[in-house]
Design a protein. Structure first.
Length: 206
């Protein structure tokens, strides 16, 4: 006869709070300093100096630039003086021939080459400018108007040169389209010297 099967014995449940019932602990991440990713890459607030300091620095740079521009701005290559003015009316032409004697001093560190010469007067009716006549015509004008030779110096012509630190005295003649009476009532008289390769003329006024 076949023996009846025996029931499988039941495994007793572990008591509450026993080690078998507790869950395994998950290992915790190692503790350390907290890192802020935003700080890692940097921000304008943290990397740039305060706005007040930036504005002060920009202002200082602008002041330096303005001072440098003022010091290096274009200046005439020379100075001098208008020493003598002699005038005589040209008959029948409503014009006045004028001899202008002046001293020109080269104040630069390079040779001053004269490019052109002009005479200029300021009158109550406006300014008048006239180019200097050719030096080869001086003798003819002196014969026609002897008073122009009073106080005159040798003629100065274009292409004349003045070495650095030296002076040149001479005379130019110009014909202004005004009568002698109007010329005598002028407000000022000037010689305008235009050197080569210069932005500004040398103006000698009296």
């Amino acid at each position: 006869m076949t023996e009846p099967s025996r029931p499988t014995p039941l495994t007793p449940l572990p008591a509450a709070g026993s080690p078998a019932q507790s869950k395994p602990e998950t290992p915790s991440a190692p503790k350390g300093p907290t890192i802020n990713i935003g700080e890692e890459f940097g921000t304008a607030k943290k990397n740039l100096p305060p706005a007040k300091i930036v504005l002060i620095a920009v202002g200082a740079v602008l002041v330096v630039v303005l001072i440098a521009s003022f010091v290096k701005r274009a200046q005439p290559q020379g100075k001098g003086s208008l020493d003598n003015v002699a005038a005589e009316e040209i008959p029948g032409q409503d014009s006045t021939m004028v001899a202008l004697t002046f001293t020109l001093r080269n104040t630069s560190d390079k040779i001053l080459y004269v490019h052109s010469l002009q005479g200029q007067i300021k009158t109550s009716s406006g300014d008048q400018t006239a180019d200097a006549v050719s030096a080869i015509d001086f003798d003819r004008y002196y014969q026609a108007f002897p008073s122009l030779k009073i106080g005159a110096q040798p003629a100065i012509s274009p292409e004349a040169k003045v070495p650095p630190g030296q002076s040149l005295a001479g005379t130019i003649m110009v014909a202004f389209p005004v009568k002698l009476d109007a010329f005598n009532q002028r407000k000022s008289t000037s010689v305008v010297v235009w050197p080569y390769d210069q932005q500004l003329p040398i103006v000698l006024t009296r």
